[in-house]
Design a protein around this ligand. Structure first.
Ligand code: NAP
Length: 308
């Protein structure tokens, strides 16, 4: 069994050591030094160059080295072999932390206090009511459901939107196209935790933003393609949206001339909301290699038609 490791972000040395410790004897080839293409059975990949995985004629499984799979499915030449993703408890925890941090930042007026500090101004602002800071989550999957629980534990009312009907204790759940507008109308913070698919591309546009209450905040830590960036800039400049925390962008790295870098109402982070941890994810990768060789159902399979 030979595994191809192909990632533009991750350190192959750490991954090779971690995977080999769990599966001694696993033949790991680090791209681009793959050896004969016909040796490769499994690809563990993050943002492979389009068409690259097509080169391996014996490929039987592709595992996404991230929780999203849009980076693979956007390749029209992706081989039609089973596709699995990682579901990393470390990423799930980090993503929930990121969202809670952003919500608390706005809720506790930290932007205002930072401004006051720069002016050496000592002034107390009236506290906002936690019970009125309704947070709307787009996506109630692995990340959305944990984030919903963490926000609920902090006392925030939580609304969540999914494709299929769901229930989660303490969360007001909506689903399908008809559930979208009612969630937006009540969300004082809108958080995107959706996969990027044909249905969700550009979902946060001028129409969506206009349905949020005046003074709402936007947090996008899913994919840059979910947000129509010009529409957000217009809504911020009009004052309809009070602020945005953005971890992902249409173009990454965010170009130096992009207005988000200097916009007073935008907080930018460099796609770090959830970072894959070899220690917490390697066991499920190894388990899927075992399952493949034993003909067993895979962990975390991806439905290519749904796109996630
Ligand atoms: P997941 O478990 O697959 O859950 C996806 C959720 O989105 C599900 O609730 C699903 O509904 C819902 N959904 C999908 N399409 C929809 C549609 N058309 N309408 C309404 N709801 C829809 O995904 P996850 O593991 O939580 O991850 C979500 C995304 O986070 C990933 O795809 C990735 O892009 C992003 N991410 C970002 C970072 C970062 O560092 N910024 C890190 C990790 C992940 P159902 O429940 O009905 O299926």
């Amino acid at each position: 069994m030979a595994l191809l490791f192909l990632s533009i972000n991750d350190d192959p040395g750490v991954w090779t050591r971690t995977l080999s410790a769990l599966m001694p004897g696993l033949d790991i080839r680090v791209w681009p030094e793959t050896g004969p293409a016909a040796d490769i059975d499994v690809a563990l990949a993050w943002k492979p160059p389009p068409g690259e995985l097509r080169r391996f004629p014996q490929l039987k499984l592709i595992i996404s080295l991230g929780m999203g799979v849009d980076h693979l499915l956007q390749d029209p030449a992706l081989p039609s072999v089973p596709l699995a993703r990682i579901v990393d408890p470390g990423i799930i925890t980090q993503m929930a932390e990121y969202v809670c941090l952003a919500v608390l930042h706005y809720h506790r007026h930290i932007d205002d206090y930072e401004r006051q500090q720069r002016e050496r101004r000592w002034r107390r602002l009236p506290p906002a009511e936690t019970a009125r800071r309704t947070v709307g989550l787009l996506g109630l999957g692995a990340i959305g459901s944990h984030t919903a629980r963490q926000l609920t534990a902090l006392g925030f009312p939580v609304l969540a939107w999914s494709r299929s009907s769901k229930t989660l204790a303490g969360v007001d759940c909506f689903h399908g196209p008809e559930g979208f507008e009612p969630l937006l109308r009540r969300s004082t913070v809108l958080v995107c935790l959706l996969p990027l698919t044909g249905e969700t591309k550009g979902i946060i546009d001028a129409v969506t933003l206009a349905l949020l209450p005046v003074g709402a905040y936007v947090v996008n830590c899913a994919r840059g393609g979910h947000l129509v960036e010009q529409d957000l800039l217009a809504a911020l400049d009009r004052g309809h949206i009070a602020g945005a925390t953005l971890d992902v962008f249409q173009r990454e790295p965010l170009p130096a001339e992009h207005p988000f870098w200097t916009h007073p109402k935008v907080r930018v982070t460099p796609h770090i909301a959830g970072i894959t941890n070899p220690g917490t994810t390697a066991p499920q990768i190894v388990e899927n290699i075992r399952r493949l060789s034993e003909g067993l159902p895979l962990l975390n399979p991806v439905d290519r038609v749904r796109g996630y």
